[in-house]
Design a protein around this ligand. Structure first.
Ligand code: TXA
Ligand code: MG
Length: 322
């Protein structure tokens, strides 16, 4: 399997492959997605298979504009509209009521009466959606339960062997700028609920919507959203969180200035200047690098639980629970 630079020419080729039922991995601002036509049952079945993803875990439908959203959903609540206006295109996924007359494959929705939608904020993703001119499902392009990909090379490593050189394609648009998956908010229950903290930090005091957060949802054993099982986003190495100092046999993954006297340890740093956005951008790529070096134990400095740090901590807690 080869990687293709996301030029206009290659995006056009990718669109043709999608329309013929192929699978295309493409960059979004959060992580790389594994795209297929949202109406094509066989292609979507192959996406589940390629990822090793359980079929009860529904996929996000990616669209280009509001018109497409209106064609697949109904009864969009007022507060959801406000978020759409304010934050789309962007790292936000909304769970809305599915419109039965629409043609999104039921296996993409895991047979639910709801559907997850988002307009991604990335020129390559938007161009591809525009050329294809119909909704695409796109889960993160990694093996199920592993770290999401933030570079095309991550997709190749995880899924290259499972994709078909002739039918499928990996588009390379460089490293993703946010580095952590979209925030998922469910608007189909009694009140809007954040199912997955992500790239966009929506707090309970948000100006546009009154959301409830599932308290420490990383520790839930009953999945509210099927994708919220505890074990997810896991590197091969074991993670020790909120560490002050590395212990013997551990590698240090820092945030902000490193502690003194750790020169004898292998170390990396998510952001020397303690910038949470930079840390989010680096997180999965650094964990993948450490896995590549066959590191067994990683000690990670405490990450402040604010802004995108909330999503970072969510992923770290899940990644550390094995
Ligand atoms: O940033 C992202 O969201 C990336 C990029 C590629 O857009 N995609 C992504 O997809 O992270 P995935 O499949 O890895 O995660 C989708 C999440 C899962 O937790 C899934 O359970 C949830 O969205 N989800 C999808 N449809 C749902 C539904 N109808 N009800 C509740 N949760 C749903
Ligand atoms: Mg995923």
């Amino acid at each position: 399997m080869k990687i293709y630079k996301a030029t206009v020419k290659n995006i056009n080729i990718a669109a043709k492959l999608l329309l013929k039922g192929g699978i295309v991995s493409f960059p979004t601002e959060t992580v790389y997605g594994l795209g297929a036509l949202a109406c094509n049952k066989e292609a979507i079945e192959r996406v589940y298979k390629v990822k090793g993803r359980p079929k009860n875990n529904p996929l996000i439908v990616h669209v280009y504009n509001l018109e497409q959203i209106l064609s697949i959903t109904e009864n969009i609540p007022n507060e959801a509209y406000k978020l759409i206006r304010k934050y789309w295109p962007g790292p936000l996924t909304l769970i809305l009521k599915y419109k039965n007359s629409s043609n999104i494959s039921s296996i993409a929705r895991a047979n639910l009466k709801t559907v997850a939608v988002r307009i991604p904020n990335h020129p390559v993703a938007l161009k591809l959606l525009k050329v294809v001119n119909q909704p695409l499902i796109a889960p993160s392009a990694n093996i199920s339960e592993h770290l999401s990909p933030t570079k095309a090379s991550h997709v190749l490593k995880d899924l290259g062997n499972n994709l078909n050189e002739k039918k499928d394609m990996i588009l390379d648009g460089g490293s993703t700028s946010i580095g952590i998956e979209s925030t998922v908010i469910d608007f189909t229950g009694n009140k809007p609920t954040v199912l997955r903290p992500g790239g966009l930090n929506i707090t309970p005091t948000n100006k546009y919507v009154k959301v409830s957060y599932i308290e420490s949802n990383a520790n839930n054993t009953t999945p509210i959203s099927p994708g919220l099982f505890k074990k997810h986003y896991a590197p091969n190495a074991s993670l020790r969180l909120n560490a002050k100092f590395p212990l013997k046999g551990e590698v240090w993954l820092g945030f902000g200035k490193d502690p003194k006297n750790i020169d004898n340890f292998t170390k990396m740093n998510l952001s020397l200047t303690a910038d949470l956005d930079e840390a989010a951008m680096n997180l999965f790529a650094m964990l993948r690098l450490l896995d590549k070096k066959n590191i067994k134990k990683i000690a990670i400095k405490e990450i402040p639980n604010k802004k995108i740090g909330i999503a970072i901590n969510d992923r770290l807690i899940r990644g550390s629970s094995k």
